[in-house]
Design a binder for this molecule. Sequence first.
Ligand code: KG4
Ligand code: ZN
Length: 359
Amino acid sequence: MASNHLVLGIESSCDETAAAVIASGRRVLSNRIASQVPMHQRWGGVVPEIASRAHLEQIVAIVDGALEDAGATLHDIEAIAVTRGPGLVGSLLVGMEFAKGVSVARGIPLVSVQHVAGHLYSPHIGRETDAWGTSVDEATPDEPYIGMAVSGGHSSIALVESPLSITVLGETLDDAVGEAYDKIAKLIGLEYPGGPVVDKLAAIGDPERFQLPRPMLHRAGFDFSFSGLKTAFAREVEKLGGREAIAGDDVVIADLCAGFQAACIDVLVGKARRALKEHGLKRLAVVGGVACNRGLRQALHKRLRGTAIALPEPEFCTDNAAMIAGLGWHLHRAGHHSSPGVNATASLSLTLPEDGWQV
Ligand code: KG4
Ligand code: ZN
């Protein structure tokens, strides 16, 4: 079955242990995810030690399950793709060492994948057409697009000319946007992860009541900064008398969420619009956990008329191994294989080095 071009993807960069089998870089045969959210919830964020231990406990069952769901065995796998970085090093190590072990033991080529590049590839996953609905041959690289990766760990804008040709235009200088959602949620006593709950409350709140800054919106370039917005939010909470004073006041909490979300959306949509204009492009992909945000999705469609917008299915927005296997297929075909000496790394450039992401 090697002619089916099956790639086994493994992802363990943060708090999701995931494995998937993808055919020809696009068709999803299986997609298993073990989320650790309940384990980290009581701490209000990911605890690295808990995360790496949970990955260790899950990895074998998740990979076995992904192969089983795909009706495949390791004999059928043409390459193994694994997230090498960026992420929590203790978490990355689990997936990386496991993938290296299987690769050496079974003689299957290994490719190292950069996690954010995986997110930027995610709109192509599980579709018969390209991300924007045009019918294409399987795994044919699409036309260039502006990719905006917004998650708990990353906020980047990039020019994506093909799956392996990514130029970073801007990144966050401090907090990632999802991280800011999680932190402000914690500040007002909402559960972890904050993104989905703030999104829900923002829909019923008044976005005008609390005027929060739009950091870097009018600054040249495409970098982001969300820590000032978080501080401004904290100041508003202080003015209201602090977390205890607003506990149980559903209207104030919803209005705070709406104000915060409106500021994030203005910044994200504004930067995306300018990147599209400066590069003369009409295609935008928004990926990563924050791409699940309903307010953001609506605003993108409403404010960027004339732009084709690709948003992955929610299961491919948050961390998953399907995007790693999908991009891994392109790395495999380009001959970017890793040796067993490759190591997990907490930071890894988004732009693909000449020899791939293995060194
Ligand atoms: O992509 P992801 O699973 O992990 C990272 O690579 O970081 O993203 C998780 C992040 C969390 O910060 C979570 O709060 C955020 O995505 N998120 C959302 C929404 N759903 C998840 N943020 C805003 N609105 C949402 N609906
Ligand atoms: Zn991610």
